[in-house]
Design a binder for this molecule. Structure first.
Ligand SMILES: NC(=O)c1ccc[n+]([C@@H]2O[C@H](COP(=O)([O-])OP(=O)(O)OC[C@H]3O[C@@H](n4cnc5c(N)ncnc54)[C@H](O)[C@@H]3O)[C@@H](O)[C@H]2O)c1
Ligand SMILES: [Zn+2]
Length: 369
């Protein structure tokens, strides 16, 4: 291995049978193939990636001169995240005589990771998947934690399974080719992790946001490691989201409604940024805020050039209707994840997701147009 490359390992603690290593470094994509071959010498590798990753040269860097059966998702992105892509992947594998000794390797963002992970969960009743995430969303969030799935024509992630990866390799160098808007929006998941779990990390992001936005590689390594530590510890405690894992939904209740109401013109991270401001307004309306957390969150999101107000064209009633159909709603009204302070999520009576009246939510919505 190239000596200048730093790699770090994180383990999911609570799942002994599915502990896996997350290796983090920069510009070591070309070495990953050797690690995979060494760790799974008896497996038949099959790669799932997308057309953008091929264009950016990352597939070639990963494989060098090796020829490996590959499914290239085209067009890249959410429009291909449906069951027909999973069927096409599985049938391609069958045509190449892949069996239970297969190893699926997902090279790409959250879309590729969710599709390939789901294909791995159901192919021949489950084969291992190695995640090689290449976006700020997937390096901070989707590659760790084992949620996989695809959308139906009616809702997101309608088909899905929990399927923990066999290993995760994060090469922050791959972010150098990622579009700036996607790069920044994905960093909102880092702000989320800091806000729910680590005040020092929040201060680190505040101090270093300019270097992070300029894609300083040592900063990107540091945040990848911290994000994975936080996500792994939450997922380790509650792998199948019975309770505590729901804190990862901070900012997402309103965020999902805003994302849908914008008909996905706003990116996920941009919508979650607005959702975090909504959560802060709710905390203030409930009288729980005695600090400057909302100002600090808003200022950090503004430095990321994220929207912090709901665009005027999104109707309040549409948002309320979308909140009623939130997939985690109880009695047609969602629960909200709220902060106790910056770096600590509010837990009351053992519950991490809180009931907030429609009146308060409506008032808070009106404040953020
Ligand atoms: N499983 C989970 O826990 C989880 C968590 C968060 C998000 N998600 C899912 O992740 C998906 C979004 O993932 P995403 O934000 O990574 O977007 P994405 O995977 O759709 O990638 C965005 C765009 O960037 C391109 N791209 C990816 N990496 C690149 C690189 N290094 N250089 C150049 N272009 C690159 C892709 O081809 C695509 O066009 C959503 O479907 C969401 O539901 C899942
Ligand atoms: Zn998210």
């Amino acid at each position: 291995m190239n000596q200048s490359i730093q790699t770090l390992d994180v383990k999911i603690p609570a799942l002994d049978e599915s502990n896996y290593a997350i290796t983090i470094g920069r510009d070591f994509l070309a070495d990953i193939w050797t690690y995979i071959r060494a760790q799974w010498p008896k497996c038949m590798p099959f790669i799932v990636t997308d057309a953008e990753l091929v264009k950016a040269g990352h597939l070639k860097t990963l494989l060098g001169s090796e020829k490996v059966p590959t499914y290239v998702i085209d067009p890249p992105g959410e429009t291909s995240k449906h069951i027909r892509t999973v069927v096409a992947i599985i049938e391609t594998m069958e045509k190449h005589f892949f069996g239970r000794d297969s190893l699926i390797i997902a090279l790409g963002g959250g879309t590729v990771g969710d599709i390939a992970g789901f294909a791995a969960a159901i192919f021949k009743r489950g084969v291992p998947v190695v995640q090689i995430p290449t976006t700020t969303v997937s390096q901070a969030d989707s590659s760790v934690g084992g949620k996989t799935g695809v959308d139906s024509s009616i809702s997101k992630n309608a088909f899905g399974a929990f399927w923990q990866p066999a290993a995760v390799y994060i090469d922050v160098g791959t972010l150098s080719t990622l579009d700036d808007r996607q790069f920044r929006a994905g960093l909102v998941e880092s702000v989320k992790h800091a806000a729910i779990a680590d005040a020092d990390y929040f201060a680190f992001l505040e101090q270093n946001i300019d270097a992070i936005c300029q894609k300083d590689m040592s900063m990107l390594e540091h945040i990848a490691l911290t994000n994975c530590r936080i996500k792994a510890s939450v997922v380790g405690e509650d792998p199948t989201e019975k309770n505590k894992r729901r804190i990862l939904n901070y900012g997402h209740t309103m965020g999902h409604a805003v994302e849908s109401a914008s008909e996905f013109k706003l990116l996920h991270g941009e919508s979650v940024a607005i959702g975090m401001i909504a959560a802060g307004k709710i905390e203030a309306a409930l009288g729980w805020v005695r600090d400057d957390r909302l100002e600090r969150i808003e200022s950090l999101l503004e430095k990321l050039r994220m929207p912090t107000r709901i665009p005027a064209e999104l109707q309040k009633n549409t948002l309320l209707e979308l909140l009623r159909t939130d997939k985690k709603a109880i009695g047609r009204w969602p629960r909200f994840i709220l902060l106790e302070s910056l770096g600590t999520t509010l837990c009351q009576d053992g519950q991490w997701a809180h009931k907030v009246s429609q009146d308060i939510v409506e008032q808070c919505l009106e404040q953020i147009y």
